[in-house]
Design a protein around this ligand. Structure first.
Ligand code: NAI
Length: 462
């Protein structure tokens, strides 16, 4: 039995970051992880492997659609799926090994196995019980199942199965037009799969700014994805190598059926809180199954904290990382800080989609008087040169004070461009502050400046 200042349960982006920060702050730290490798869902079966497949298939798309236009002639590459899987595996490995290195560097003990909390101040891993002055629950989330749909990870898959299909399917039905559905749907559409996305609501990525969502749908349709909106999936029937997806169209209650070789269920995720002994300890859980925390990531039980997907808020790796750092700081007696109003979200399709702050719909609903500054990538020289002129930057600012309230970008490198606005918002900047900042030419970021200019006297290149 060992004794620690902090034991973190779970080594995903929330957990490993919490452990590193705790150790940096002089706390004796261990992290419990039952997987063979560190990094949680994100590094092993989520963000990182999906980005590898998105990158590889985007290169294929470029070769097939844009190389000849640039004078790069010759046969476009053929797909070696096994090699693409190897590349994906190697990408995972370098990342998970990287965390192992960081643990060693920061003298963090990796307690291998699944952890539980038998009593306050104790963490059990296998047969061993360790003492911990503080415990951070960072157990993440798991795929939420859908009534009438059984995931077998062969024909009916979650995002995990979708990353490692034995072969590229001819027909894929994606249930849910959220982040996972559209990222993985894009991967397979680029590989030649006929992809149909069935979505319950009337728009794709329903929480996104409406204008972006509409534009995004059009672009994805151009790329070959088909959408069935306003459709509630009622069940999936599997045969030996195929499946039938039944859904009801909300507009007229008609029943429809789609055939598929593979069905991806991407209708959301649920927090992992089972098997930890939380109920027995009396740790409060919300109605929706999340660990309840106060403003300092503390649960109702002294010395037990929780962060990331296991708690309320957007299920995003970077939200978990910020909370991990902040919780470790709070334990060390410092003021941990997370600004929940400035958490960006990104969809890594091509073009990328990124957002921070309020959507136009949210401002309308709140009766907030705002102005919109918009700039299309059609007016951006770099984007035109790179065949990446689809999309726009939209900045929402307070009508009277010009303070930036939100930004929505669909376009090249949107996931990187959004951070200029995040920093601006952290500093309480006005759109004019961004507009008056010199931006290098020719860069995609000029489109952000032009959108900021559009909040004032107008953009130059439109
Ligand atoms: P999601 O919450 O993003 O989207 C689920 C979609 O499924 C919604 O549009 C919803 O209306 C629809 N839906 C629900 N029930 C349905 C039904 N019966 N029939 C048809 N449609 C239905 O969930 P997703 O894509 O599974 O992602 C899970 C979590 O993982 C999200 O919180 C997401 O933010 C996170 N994630 C983030 C990524 C990123 O930041 N790039 C990448 C992958 C996942």
């Amino acid at each position: 039995m060992a004794s620690y200042d902090v034991i973190v349960i779970g080594s995903g982006p929330g957990g490993y970051v919490a452990a590193i920060r705790a150790s940096q702050l002089g706390l004796k730290t261990a992290c419990v992880e039952g997987r063979e490798t560190l990094g949680g869902t994100c590094l092993n079966v989520g963000c990182i492997p999906s980005k590898a497949l998105l990158h590889a298939t985007h290169q294929l798309h470029e070769a097939e659609h844009n190389f000849a236009k640039m004078g790069l002639k010759g046969k476009s590459p053929s797909v070696d799926w096994d090699q693409m899987q190897t590349y994906k595996g190697e990408t995972i490995e370098t990342n998970t090994k990287g965390i192992e290195f960081l643990f060693k560097k920061n003298k963090i003990d990796w307690l291998k196995g699944w952890g539980s909390i038998p009593e306050k101040g104790k963490v059990k891993v296998g047969d061993e019980v360790h003492e911990a002055k503080n415990i951070i629950i960072a157990t993440g989330s798991d795929v939420a199942t859908l009534k009438g749909v059984e995931i077998d990870e062969k024909i009916v898959v979650s995002s995990t199965g979708a990353l490692s299909l034995p072969k590229i399917p001819k027909k894929m039905v994606v249930i849910g037009a959220g982040v996972i559905g559209l990222e993985m749907g894009s991967v397979y559409a680029r590989l030649g799969t006929e992809v149909t996305v069935v979505e319950y609501l009337d728009k794709i990525t329903p929480t996104m700014d409406g204008e972006v969502s509409k534009n995004f749908q059009k672009i994805l349709q151009k790329q070959g994805l088909t959408f069935v909106l306003g459709a509630a999936v009622s069940g999936v029937e599997t045969m030996k190598t195929k499946a039938k997806v039944s859904y009801t169209l909300k507009k007229d209650d008609s029943e429809e059926v789609l055939d598929a070789d593979v069905v991806l269920v991407s209708t959301g995720r649920k927090p992992v809180t089972e098997g930890l002994g939380l109920k027995e300890l009396g740790v409060e859980i919300t109605e929706r199954g999340f660990v309840k925390t106060d403003g300092h990531w503390k649960t109702n039980i002294d010395g037990i904290y929780a962060i990331g997907d296991a708690t309320e808020g957007p299920m995003l790796a970077h939200k978990a990382e910020d909370e991990g750092m902040a919780a470790a700081e709070a334990i060390a007696g410092k003021a941990g800080h997370v600004n929940y109003d400035v958490i960006p979200s990104v969809i890594y399709t091509h073009p990328e989609v990124a957002a921070v702050g309020k959507t136009e719909e949210e401002l309308k609903d709140a009766g907030h008087s705002y102005k919109v500054g918009k700039f299309s990538f059609m007016g951006n020289g770099r984007a035109k040169a790179n065949f990446a002129a689809d999309g726009f930057v939209k900045i929402l600012a307070d009508k009277d004070t010009d303070r930036i309230l939100g930004a929505h970008i669909i376009g090249p490198m949107a996931g990187d461009l959004i951070h200029e606005i995040c920093v601006a918002m952290e500093f309480g900047a006005a759109a004019e502050d961004v507009a008056l900042t010199c931006h290098a030419h020719p860069t995609y970021s000029e489109a952000v400046r032009e959108a900021a200019l559009a909040c004032g006297d107008g953009p130059i290149h439109m």
